[in-house]
Design a protein around this ligand. Structure first.
Ligand code: SF4
Length: 321
C-alpha cells in the first residue's frame, strides 16, 4: 500500500482525535441537545417587550451598569401575532436548516409582566409543533409564586428553562454593577424553581471591575454546587452609552486580555461539575457599540483560541469540582 494512503489515514485519525478532544473538555449545549433530540436545535431569539425593575423605577431607573438594553439585539419583537414573530425568527436561522427550535426570550426580564400576559404569550408559543422547549431569561427577584406555578404548568407540556442573570456572588461587585438584589434572593429563587422541576441556567460575567480571578472562580464554584443544570459564561463587555463606559474611560478598571480570559475560564470550567451543561463560553457582543475589549469582536478567533488552549492545557470540566 502506498505511503500516501497511510499518511492520509493518519491525518484523518489525528483530526478525528483532535475533534474528540474538543468535545471532551466540557459538556456543551450542542452536545446536550443532540443527546436529547438527536439533532441540532436552533434558538429563536424573541423579544416579548419586557422591561426590568432596575429600569422602570421599581428599584432604579439606570439599569445594571454594563447594560445597554437587555442583550436582545437580534431578537424578533413579539407583538399581537405570535405566529408571525416565530416565522420571522425562523427566517433568521433558516440558512442553517433547523427543523426544531427553542423559543428564547433573552431581552430584559422575561417574567416581569402581569401574569395574564405571561400566560397568554408563553402558552401560545409552547404549543407550536416545532418548538421543543421554552427558555426565559430573567432576574431571580422577578419570580413570584404565581409565575413559578405558571412555569411549572408549561413545563408539563414542554421543557421550560429559566436563565438567571446572577453575574457574581460577591456583594460588593453586585452593588457596583447595580444588580439590585442580594445573593440570598438568587438562592431562594433557585430553590423554588428546582422544587417546581424547572431547569435553571445561571449566567456569570468574567472580568467585572474589582474582581480577581480567584473571586471569579469562587462564583463558578458556587454556581456549580447550587444544583443548577447549566451555566453561561460571559466576558464583560464595555458598551457605548453605559455608565460602565464612563468608568472605563476614567481609568477606574481594566478589561481582561484574551489570554487572561481563557486562563480564568479554564479554572472556572474545572470547578463546575462534569455534567453541568455549558451554554456559552463567551458572549456575543454587539459589535457596533463595543468599546472594549476589542479582541472579543472576532468571536470565531476567540473560540478557536479557547479550543486551542483547552487542548494545550488538557482542560477537563469537573476535574476540581
Ligand atoms: S442586565 Fe438585565 S436586569 Fe440588568 S438592566 Fe439590563 S436587562 Fe435589566
Amino acid at each position: 500500500m502506498p505511503t500516501s494512503f497511510f499518511r492520509g489515514n493518519i491525518q484523518k485519525a489525528c483530526k478525528a482525535l483532535k475533534g474528540a478532544e474538543n468535545i471532551n473538555h466540557y459538556r456543551s449545549l450542542n452536545s446536550y441537545l443532540r443527546e436529547i433530540y438527536g439533532e441540532k436545535i436552533y434558538k429563536l431569539a424573541l423579544d416579548g417587550g419586557f422591561t426590568c425593575p432596575t429600569r422602570d423605577g421599581k428599584l432604579d431607573t439606570r439599569g445594571c451598569i454594563f447594560c445597554s438594553g437587555g442583550s436582545g439585539d437580534f431578537a424578533v419583537p413579539v407583538g399581537d401575532n405570535v405566529n408571525e414573530a416565530i416565522e420571522a425568527a425562523k427566517g433568521i436561522v433558516a440558512e442553517k436548516g433547523g427543523r426544531k427550535f427553542i423559543a428564547y426570550f433573552q431581552s430584559f426580564s422575561g417574567t416581569y409582566a402581569p401574569i395574564e400576559r405571561l400566560r397568554a404569550l408563553y402558552s401560545e408559543i409552547i404549543e407550536h409543533l416545532d418548538i421543543v422547549a421554552l427558555s426565559i431569561g430573567t432576574r431571580p427577584d422577578c419570580l413570584p409564586g404565581e409565575v413559578i406555578s405558571l412555569l411549572a404548568d408549561l413545563n408539563r407540556i414542554k421543557p421550560v428553562w429559566v436563565e438567571l442573570g446572577l453575574q457574581t456572588i460577591h456583594e460588593s461587585t453586585a452593588e457596583y454593577i447595580r444588580r439590585g438584589y442580594p445573593l440570598a434572593v438568587f438562592d431562594d429563587a433557585l430553590r423554588r424553581l428546582q422544587a417546581a422541576g424547572i431547569m435553571v441556567i445561571v449566567h456569570m460575567i468574567l472580568g467585572l471591575p474589582g474582581e480577581t480571578p480567584d473571586m471569579m472562580v469562587e462564583t463558578a464554584r458556587y454556581i456549580g454546587r447550587s444544583g443548577a443544570e447549566g451555566i453561561k459564561f460571559q466576558l464583560l463587555h464595555v458598551l457605548e452609552g453605559t455608565d460602565l463606559a464612563a468608568d472605563y474611560r476614567n481609568g477606574l478598571f481594566q478589561v481582561l486580555s484574551l489570554e487572561e480570559y481563557i486562563r480564568v475560564l479554564e479554572q472556572c470550567i474545572e470547578v463546575i461539575p462534569a455534567d453541568m451543561v455549558i451554554h456559552r463560553l463567551t458572549g456575543d457582543g454587539a459589535k457596533r457599540n463595543l468599546i472594549a475589549p476589542l479582541w472579543s469582536a472576532d468571536k470565531k478567533h476567540v473560540l478557536n483560541e479557547i479550543n486551542r488552549a483547552f487542548d494545550r492545557d488538557q482542560v477537563m470540566q469537573g476535574r476540581k469540582a
